[in-house]
Design a protein around this ligand. Structure first.
Ligand code: DC
Length: 236
């Protein structure tokens, strides 16, 4: 196991990639290995979307951008460690929303909400503040390109869309949600498109990012791969 004690230097690890690639699972595992803070920025965009749904800024799947922007000043997001899960839960204005932000309803609207410039500016500023002391693993779509262009290690994750849809389907059905595989696959494909075609901070691989295609890799194999990459950048 390689910790920052090997180098006495805390770095920023930026993980970007397509939806349902297992970014959070991977990022959480390496943060635990290193004793770093883990931040799931997708959860932040989901939390804003959830709040907008709850407060009438999204009706029948239609996102009213001006209404979302008007809500922004009243949205306060924070993460609090939950010892039961061994991970942080996300809170909005003091309410734990962790379980409520991963529904298909939120998934269907989150791309539209995350394409709003004012939403991105607010969340990017929060994310940069969280990484000020380094020692952080952050996953999202624009971490290596926009949030921390100076991150020491940038990883771009990808996997076959069918594999990703199956993973999300298994996750949701295990929680008892009534969803169809086709609906999930459509959601995965449309979010890929929306993420890549968004005008502000579209999803793209940073020039200095290393690619991890985990379609056929176990989590353990991904962690071995990570150890090599971590050694490579911290040995410099
Ligand atoms: O990682 P996720 O699927 O939970 O992310 C939810 C959505 O948030 C995703 O469709 C794109 C958006 N997102 C983003 O635009 N920028 C980020 N840094 C993280 C997520």
């Amino acid at each position: 196991m390689y910790t920052d004690q090997n180098t006495n230097r805390k770095i920023i690890i930026a993980i970007d990639g397509f939806s349902s690639c297992g970014k959070s699972t991977f990022a959480k595992a390496i943060a635990r290995r290193l004793g770093y803070i883990f931040i799931d920025t997708g959860a932040m965009y989901r939390a804003v979307t959830f709040y907008a749904l709850e407060h009438g800024a999204i009706r029948s799947g239609m996102v009213d951008e001006d209404a979302v922007v008007r809500l922004l000043p009243e949205i306060c997001i924070d993460f609090r460690f939950n010892p039961e899960r061994g991970a942080s839960d996300i809170y909005v204005n003091g309410d734990r929303v962790e379980g409520k932000i991963r529904t298909i309803e939120v998934s269907n609207c989150v791309s539209a909400v995350s394409s709003i410039g004012a939403v991105r500016s607010k969340l990017v500023a929060m994310q940069q503040e969280m990484g000020r002391k380094r020692g952080i693993v952050m996953d999202g779509r624009d971490i290596g390109t926009t949030v921390f262009p100076d991150a020491e290690l940038k990883i771009f994750m990808t996997a076959d869309p069918a594999v990703r849809a199956q993973r999300r389907y298994d996750e949701l059905t295990a929680k008892g949600e009534q969803v169809s595989y086709d609906e999930i696959l459509q959601n995965v494909l449309s979010r890929d498109k929306a993420d890549m075609e968004r005008a502000i901070s579209p999803l793209r691989r940073a020039d200095d990012a290393v690619v991890l295609d985990n379609s056929r890799m176990t989590v353990e194999e991904q962690l071995s791969w990570f150890d090599r990459e971590f050694r490579r950048v911290t040995a410099r």
